[in-house]
Ligand binder design. Structure first.
Ligand code: X5A
Ligand code: ZN
Length: 641
């Protein structure tokens, strides 16, 4: 099993810069690359990564996506003088060349391919390449938008050729449309390209009709190109998450990639004067984590466009997530622009002649305020996860990963102690000795999780209803809000109007009347093969609800014989860890599931999930629920149903 996160960085890629006055390219400066690397150092991340070396890409590799004429043309820039470079650059849009550009472009591509090699050969599980120049705008015979060779497009073709990779997902979260990548694969069904981008009805660069939502691929590639053009600026965490949960991830799961390449531009983060979006850095951690259950965890994050502001923090957040060693609160789900003065430095004011200089001073002042803001923001949202990841209530089983878990002793619980937890509730359960025994295992685990001694835990309990007591108990020991997800039939004795505890219960039964916004029964028809239904429901219903609820603990209670396979539960527990900084307690009725659950809680990569389908009648149940609940739960409003 591959482990560790690779990191590629090399100062060589800083050895080119703009040699004449060319305003559209003035923001593309070498320091932007080192700034991110410095930030990673500042957070102590560099030494925790596995360093990978760079190399120059060879011509054959470049020609996987570019014409020989173009390669020769770029090659010739190495011996040009400034006048010639200028003339050459103006053949293309928003790009400049320097005598070192060709070398750097080869190193940038070579670095990307080194990362792909390391991931495909299981030398690392995942990784990030900090490269320059970027790639996603460059096309077969064209440089564009600071890009010379299309690193990610070539990486995909390279993986297909060198490793026979059959399906590759490219996620382009840069604020610009990677039209070069789109063109490279528009007829290729083996590469699914997803891009969101500032568009504003074609008013935003690169102003292409090809960037619109109705461009979905050609020929046999039809359906394998996904564009999300933002027609407004100010898109924030909620918008990005909704795009992932409702659009990208269901398709990505169905596509079932063997490798994921991220065109990671961080100009889509808050503070970027060109992007003018509002997503905060921790959002990129969540996006990263949402991709990790796919492709066996084979994730290569490749830098694209990169400026200042929060981008280094965003980059940091993403890489922290690759380690799986930290967790972030998504603090703000509002899409409104924050009032931190970033408007002053935006691109509109620089349009006026002679405003350029004024703009620069303003940007640097704003920059300083912004840095302070970002620093305190990061302190607030970044929570390093406990060293011990997974706790296990003592159980008789022989489990392979036992040595990596903390075994927690059970304690004796008196009936009175539990009785007070369910005020005015039904106490008949308490007569059951099994329940008290279960709670004796569960409560100490919750103590450990809420005290942050461990991140998550797993316990076997014959009673699903213990989940309700567990949820109640958590709120008395410090969790302000809890998500309780129950899979299977059981009477859940919880106060249905308690706004601290959001209960979602999935079972096969005739419809139950929903009486509250906090107890949501999802009643499905057939009691079998719920794998696709469950995954889909998680992405498009439960996670949007849960992001709105902002739980500080997730409790998952899993019944036995519920028509869900073990690997689906692994995906479920993996994805639920985007919530509550990864604090999750899993209560399983079946002891034979513990092995799988534990492995997922420990962060092992998960084998892919097939087949994926949502049954028609179950889809209708969701449509109905969504319609009823979207008044109350904001993120459900992003849904098209
Ligand atoms: C790599 C990238 C943006 C170019 C903007 C030109 N470039 N106006 O995102
Ligand atoms: Zn960009």
């Amino acid at each position: 099993m591959a482990s560790g996160t690779g990191l590629i960085y090399n100062e060589q890629m800083m050895s080119y810069n703009l040699l004449w006055d060319y305003p559209v390219c003035s923001i593309e400066i070498p320091e932007r690359l080192s700034a991110s690397y410095e930030k990673l150092k500042y957070y102590g991340l560099v030494e925790r990564c596995i360093p990978l070396s760079v190399r120059e890409a060879i011509e054959e590799e470049i020609m996987l996506a570019h014409s020989l004429d173009y390669l020769e043309a770029v090659k010739s820039t190495a011996s040009m003088n400034v006048e010639e470079l200028k003339t050459f650059s103006y053949n293309y849009g928003d790009v400049y060349f320097h005598p070192n550009s060709y070398h750097c472009a080869k190193v940038s591509l070579g670095a990307t391919l080194q990362l792909v090699d390391a991931v495909m050969l299981d030398r690392v599980r995942n990784g990030m390449a900090l490269v320059r120049p970027p790639g996603h705008h460059s096309q077969k015979s064209e440089a564009c938008g600071f890009c010379v060779f299309n690193n990610v497009a070539i990486a995909a073709k390279y993986a297909k050729q060198a490793y026979g990779t059959k399906r590759i997902l490219i996620v382009d979260w840069d604020v610009h449309h990677g039209q070069g990548t789109q063109y490279a694969f528009e007829e290729d069904p083996s590469v699914l390209y997803f891009s969101w981008h500032r568009y504003e009805h074609q008013q935003f660069w690169p102003n292409l009709k090809d960037s619109d939502y109705d461009v979905v691929g050609k020929g046999s590639g039809t359906g394998f190109n996904i564009n999300i053009p933002w027609n407004k600026v100010g898109m924030g965490n909620a918008d990005y998450l909704a795009a992932f949960l409702y659009i990208l991830l269901p398709m990505a799961y169905e596509f079932n990639p063997e490798l994921i390449l991220v065109s990671a531009g961080f100009d889509s983060a808050i503070g970027d004067p060109e992007g003018e979006m509002c997503a905060t850095p921790e959002c990129f951690a969540h996006l990263t984590q949402l991709l990790m259950p796919l492709a066996n965890g084979k994730l290569c994050v490749v830098l694209e466009c990169h400026r200042n502001y929060s981008e280094c923090e965003s980059c940091t957040s993403a890489i922290l997530e690759l380690f799986e060693e930290s967790r972030f609160f998504i603090e703000d789900l509002s899409t409104k622009k924050r009032n931190i003065g970033i408007e002053e430095g935006n691109s509109e004011s620089s349009a006026a002649t002679n405003a350029e200089e004024k703009n620069i001073t303003m940007v640097s002042k704003v920059n300083q305020d912004f840095d302070e803001f970002m620093d305190s923001h990061m302190k607030k949202v970044l929570v390093l996860a406990p060293r011990v990841r997974t706790a296990l209530a003592s159980c008789g089983e022989k489990l392979t990963r036992l040595d990596q878990c903390l075994q927690v002793e059970e304690k004796k619980i008196a009936m009175e102690e539990v009785g007070v937890l369910i005020s005015g509730g039904d106490c008949a359960h308490l007569k059951d000795e099994n329940l008290l025994l279960s709670l004796g295992k569960i409560f100490p685990l919750i103590d450990k999780i809420t005290k942050r001694e461990v991140r998550n835990g797993v316990v076997v309990s014959p009673m699903l209803s213990s989940g309700a007591f567990a949820a109640r108990y958590s709120t008395t020991v410090g969790a302000s809000r809890v998500l309780l997800l129950v899979l299977g039939e059981a009477d859940i004795p919880t106060d249905k109007d308690d706004e601290k505890i959001l209960v979602v219960q999935i079972y096969g039964k005739q419809d139950e009347k929903r009486q509250s916004n906090y107890y949501i029964p999802i009643c499905w028809k057939e009691n079998n093969e719920w794998d696709g239904d469950l995954l889909y429901t998680l992405l498009e219903f439960i996670l949007p609800l849960a992001y709105g609820h902002r739980p500080e603990l997730v409790i998952l209670a899993v019944g036995s014989n519920i028509g869900i396979q073990a690997f689906t539960l692994a995906h479920l527990t993996h994805l639920l860890q985007v919530l509550a900084e990864g604090r999750i307690l899993v209560i399983s009725r079946a002891s034979d599931l513990v092995e799988t659950l534990m492995s997922s809680l420990l962060g092992d990569p998960i084998s892919t999930m097939r087949p994926f389908a949502l049954k028609q009648e179950n889809a209708l149940v969701l449509v109905k629920l969504r319609r009823e609940l979207k008044q109350h739960w904001k993120l459900l409003q992003n849904s098209v149903n």
